[in-house]
Design a protein around this ligand. Structure first.
Ligand code: IFM
Length: 776
C-alpha cells in the first residue's frame, strides 16, 4: 500500500496500491470498498479473476437460506462486471505484461480509480483507466467509467451487464425474476430473496464515446439470473480514447425513500435520468454530499511528522460513513460493515461500544437511529429472555432482522485436536451485550441531552435490560450474594466462566441506573411512569432491583491491584506467549492449541478487565488501572481487532502517550497497513470506530463521566497539533490541542455556562478558553 501519493488538495487523502497481485485481491476489495450506508460494493475489478470475491450488499436486506442456517445479508447481483477483448485478446492482468499499475482510493471524493498500462500477450499496448463511485447524493446509483487508449488501431469487444448468479459462499439467496431490455439500452433484472421476500430491482445502461457518442454493434443476451450485452466491432484508432460509461441503479421493496407503488418502472425512470445526467455531474453531487456529511461536518486535523496518521483517521471516517445505514432505523452496522461476507452482516456490541461514540459525539441523529434499531428489536430480546427462562430484554449477541432474536451461528472453525467444528458459545452465553446497549443508551443521553429519545425509548431500554439482569442473577447461598455464572465475557478465549468482572460490574451498573430512573420517572414524569409501569411492571421490578443491587458480587481488586477477570482466570496456567504476541496473523495460537486448552491458560483474546476500566473509569484508581494493564496486557494477544484501540485510549489515560501512539498505529494498520491478508472477509468496523476513540477520547482526552464533560488532550511526541469538533448537549465545541495547551471554543457563544474539566480544573466557558502551558 502506498500512502503518499496525494499532493496539493489531496495530500493525506489517497490510499494507493502500486502492484497487481492476484493472491492479494481480498485486501484491496475490502479496504477500497465503496458505499453509502444504503449499499456497499466490494472493490473487485471489472474483469474476473480466480480468488476474487464479488459482493454487493444492501443494508438490512437479510435472508435465511434454510432452517439450519442463520439469517445473513445476501450477496446481490454484480453490476460492476465488464469483460474486454482487445484485438481478440481478453484483457487479463495475469497475462501479458503490466508496464504500470496504480489503484487509488480517493477518500475525500469516495472514488476509486485504476490506471494500467498493459501489453497484451500479442504485443499490443494499451492505457486503461477505470473509475467508479457509489453515490452518496443518490444512494441507489453506481457509476463507472472506463477509458481505453490503444497505442495501435484496435478492435474492441465488450461484454457487460447484470449478473444475479451471485452467492454467499455458494448459497443463492435470490429467486429468478423477470429480465427485460427497455428502449434497446436499459437492462432490467428483478429478483426476490427466497425467504424474506424482498424485491430487488437492478438496472444498467452503457454509453460509448469516442470523439462523439457512438452506438456499437450489440446483441442483448439473457441467461439464468443474468442479462448482458455483447458489444463488438468497436474500432478505436491508434492513440485515440474510447470511453465507456456504465450506470447502474439498485432499489429494493424496503426502500423508505421511494413512494412509487410500482418499483420497477420508477427505478427505470431514475436510471434514465441518471444516465442523462452523466458521470461528471453525478460525481460532483456525490463529492458535495460527502463533504456535507463527513468532511465539513466532522473535520479532524492531525499535524504529525508521519502523514499516515492523518490519512488513518480519514480512512476510518470514510469507512464509518460507507457502512452506516443512516437512512433507516430498522437497520444497524455489521461487524464487517458492507464490505464482505464476514459475520454475515450481523450487528454485535461493536456498534454500541466501539462505533456509536463517534456518532454520539459528532452526529447524534445517526447515533439515535442506531439506538432506535435496538429499541425496535426488543421483541427478539424478550423472546430470547423467555426462551432462556429470564425476564426483560436479553439482547442477542448477533443481531439481524429486528424481530429475529439471536442469530449467532452455532458452529465455527475446525478444532485442531478433535477434528470437529468448534461450538460458538457466544449466542448462548456472551450476555454482556445487554448492558453494553444500556451503557450506550445512557452515554448517548448524557452527551446529547436528547430528552425526547429518553422519553420515547431510553428509559424503557435501561429498565428492560435491568430486568433481564435482575432475573439472570444466581443466588449463592454459601457466600450470601448474587453471582452471574456460566458466561463468556469480552475475552472470548475464556468460556463458561463465573463472575466475569466486566459482566458483573456492567450488570450492576445497569440495575443501579434503572433504580435511579424509576425514581426519577415517579417523581418527575408521572405520566411516563404510568405508561412504563403498565408495560414493565415498574413497581415489582424496582423492588427486585433494590433487593439485589448490593448483593451482586463484584470481584474485588487484590492487594497487588489486579482485578480478577473471573473466578478462575488468575489460577490458570501461565505459559510463555512470546511466539503468539509476535505473530504476523491473528489466531496463531490455534495452530498449537484448541479452544478448550486455551481456556485453561492465562491468555486473553482482547481487552476484558481493561475495557471495564475504560467504560466505568470512575470506579478504579489510576494505580489499579496501571496494575491491571501490567498484568493483563502481556497476556492479551489482541486477536480481536477491537482490542488495540481500547488499549490505546487506556495508555493515553495512564499518561503513556508513546505507548498509546504505538497502539493507535497498530490499530490503524489492521485494515490500512501493509499486511495484505488482514481484511479478506471485510474491513473491521469496530476497529475503525476505535481509531476515532483513540484520537478523540485518547489523545484528545474527551470523556463524559457521570454526565460531566472532560477535555484534557495529551498528544504523542509525533504530533504538533490535533484539531477536532464534538457535539455536546446540542452545541458544537471546536477543540485545538498542541503540545503546550488546548483551546476549546463554543461555536456559538452563549451566556449559559458550559462546565468542562480541563487538566483536572473545573472551567466555565462562555465563548473560548485556552489552558495554561502544560507542564506535565
Ligand atoms: O464482537 C466481536 C467480538 O468481541 C470478538 N470477535 C469478533 C466480534 C465481531 O467483531
Amino acid at each position: 500500500m502506498n500512502y503518499t501519493t496525494g499532493t496539493g488538495d489531496l495530500k493525506d487523502w489517497l490510499v494507493a496500491e502500486d502492484g497487481f497481485r492476484p493472491e492479494w485481491l481480498g485486501k484491496g476489495e475490502a479496504v477500497f470498498s465503496l458505499g453509502n450506508g444504503y449499499m456497499g460494493l466490494r472493490s473487485v475489478t471489472e474483469e474476473h479473476y480466480a480468488n476474487e470475491t464479488r459482493n454487493l450488499f444492501v443494508a438490512g436486506s437479510f435472508n435465511k437460506f434454510a432452517d439450519n442456517e442463520v439469517t445473513e445479508l445476501p450477496n446481490a447481483a454484480d453490476v460492476l462486471w465488464m469483460e474486454f477483448k482487445l484485438n481478440g485478446v481478453r484483457f487479463d492482468l495475469t497475462q501479458g505484461t503490466i508496464h504500470s499499475y496504480r489503484r487509488t482510493l480517493n477518500v475525500k471524493h469516495a472514488e476509486l480509480t485504476r490506471e494500467v498500462t498493459w501489453e497484451s500477450p500479442s504485443g499490443d499496448m494499451y492505457d486503461l483507466v477505470f473509475s467508479r463511485f457509489v453515490s452518496m447524493a443518490n444512494v441507489h446509483v453506481i457509476a463507472q467509467r472506463v477509458t481505453i487508449t490503444p497505442k495501435q488501431a484496435t478492435t474492441l469487444a465488450v461484454t457487460s451487464g447484470i449478473n444475479g448468479q451471485m452467492t454467499n459462499s455458494g448459497v443463492q439467496h435470490f429467486l429468478e425474476g423477470d429480465k427485460r431490455l427497455y428502449d434497446g439500452r436499459f437492462m432490467q433484472q428483478l429478483q426476490k430473496t427466497t425467504e424474506s421476500g424482498i424485491d430487488f430491482v437492478f438496472h444498467s445502461v452503457h454509453r460509448f464515446k469516442a470523439a462523439e457518442t457512438i452506438e456499437p454493434k450489440s446483441i442483448i443476451k439473457m441467461d439464468r439470473r443474468k442479462i448482458f450485452f455483447d458489444y463488438s466491432d468497436i474500432v478505436v484508432p491508434a492513440g485515440e480514447t474510447l470511453t465507456i460509461e456504465k450506470y447502474s441503479t439498485v432499489f429494493t421493496s424496503r426502500d423508505r425513500d421511494v413512494e412509487a407503488t410500482d418499483l420497477a418502472p420508477y427505478a427505470l425512470d431514475v436510471t434514465k435520468d441518471v444516465e442523462a445526467f452523466g458521470y461528471d455531474r453525478l460525481l460532483e453531487e456525490h463529492v458535495n454530499a460527502w463533504d456535507g456529511l463527513v468532511w465539513s461536518h466532522v473535520p479532524i486535523q492531525i499535524e504529525s511528522n508521519d502523514m499516515f496518521d492523518q490519512l488513518a483517521i480519514r480512512f476510518a471516517q470514510y469507512h464509518l460513513a460507507v457502512m452506516t445505514p443512516k437512512h433507516d432505523n430498522r437497520m444497524n452496522i455489521g461487524a464487517k460493515g458492507l464490505s464482505g461476507e464476514g459475520y454475515k452482516g450481523h450487528t454485535f456490541w461493536d456498534t454500541e461500544i466501539f462505533i456509536l461514540p463517534y456518532y454520539t459525539y459528532t452526529n447524534p441523529k445517526i447515533a439515535r437511529s442506531l439506538l432506535e434499531y435496538r429499541y425496535q428489536s426488543l421483541s427478539g430480546a424478550h423472546r430470547k429472555a423467555k426462551e432462556n427462562g429470564y425476564e426483560g430484554a436479553m439482547f442477542p449477541w448477533e443481531s439481524a432482522w429486528l424481530d429475529d432474536g439471536e442469530v449467532t451461528p452455532v458452529w465455527g472453525a475446525a478444532d485442531i485436536v478433535t477434528g470437529e467444528a468448534t461450538k460458538i458459545w457466544s449466542g448462548f452465553i456472551e450476555q454482556h451485550i445487554t448492558s453494553d446497549i444500556a451503557f450506550a443508551t445512557w452515554q448517548y443521553y448524557q452527551v446529547t441531552g436528547d430528552q425526547d429519545f429518553m422519553d420515547q425509548y431510553g428509559y424503557e431500554l435501561l429498565i428492560d435490560t435491568a430486568k433481564f439482569w435482575a432475573s439472570r442473577l444466581e443466588w449463592n447461598e454459601a457466600a450470601g450474594r448474587y453471582d452471574i455464572n456460566e458466561v463468556v465475557g469480552p475475552d472470548e478465549y475464556k468460556e463458561h466462566v463465573d463472575n466475569n468482572a466486566f459482566t458483573n460490574y456492567t450488570a450492576h451498573w445497569n440495575i443501579q441506573k434503572a433504580i435511579e430512573y424509576v425514581e426519577l420517572l415517579r417523581s418527575e414524569k408521572p405520566e411516563l411512569f404510568e405508561r412504563l409501569n403498565e408495560k414493565l411492571d415498574l413497581e415489582t421490578a424496582e423492588e427486585r432491583f433494590r433487593h439485589v443491587l448490593d448483593l451482586i458480587y463484584l470481584p474485588q481488586v487484590r492487594e497487588d491491584g489486579v482485578l480478577p477477570q473471573d473466578d478462575t482466570y488468575l489460577n490458570k496456567q501461565i505459559i510463555d506467549l512470546t511466539k503468539y504476541k509476535n505473530q504476523e496473523n491473528v489466531g496463531s495460537m490455534f495452530l498449537d492449541y484448541n479452544l478448550e486448552q486455551v481456556n485453561e491458560i492465562q491468555v486473553s483474546k482482547q481487552a476484558d478487565v481493561m475495557i471495564l476500566m475504560y467504560l466505568l473509569e470512575d470506579l478504579f484508581t489510576a494505580d489499579v488501572k496501571r496494575a491491571n494493564w501490567e498484568y493483563y496486557e502481556p497476556k492479551t494477544l489482541h486477536d480481536s481487532s477491537l482490542s488495540l484501540s481500547t488499549h490505546s485510549v487506556l495508555a493515553s489515560d495512564l499518561g503513556d502517550q508513546e505507548l498509546a501512539y504505538d497502539l493507535f498505529r497498530r490499530a490503524s494498520e489492521i485494515d490500512l497497513g501493509p499486511n495484505m491478508k488482514t481484511s479478506d472477509a471485510g474491513i473491521h468496523a469496530a476497529s475503525l470506530g476505535g481509531i476515532w476513540q483513540a484520537v478523540v477520547n485518547g489523545f484528545g482526552g474527551v470523556r463524559m463521566t457521570g454526565g460531566k464533560l472532560r477535555i484534557s488532550p495529551m498528544l504523542p511526541k509525533a504530533w504538533t497539533s490535533l484539531t477536532f469538533s464534538i457535539e455536546w448537549q446540542g452545541e458544537t465545541l471546536d477543540v485545538h490541542a498542541t503540545q503546550q495547551h488546548v483551546t476549546i471554543t463554543r461555536r456559538v457563544a452563549s451566556e449559559k455556562p458550559l462546565q468542562v474539566e480541563v487538566y483536572g480544573e473545573k472551567r466555565v466557558i462562555t465563548d473560548t478558553f485556552t489552558s495554561d502551558v502544560l507542564t506535565v
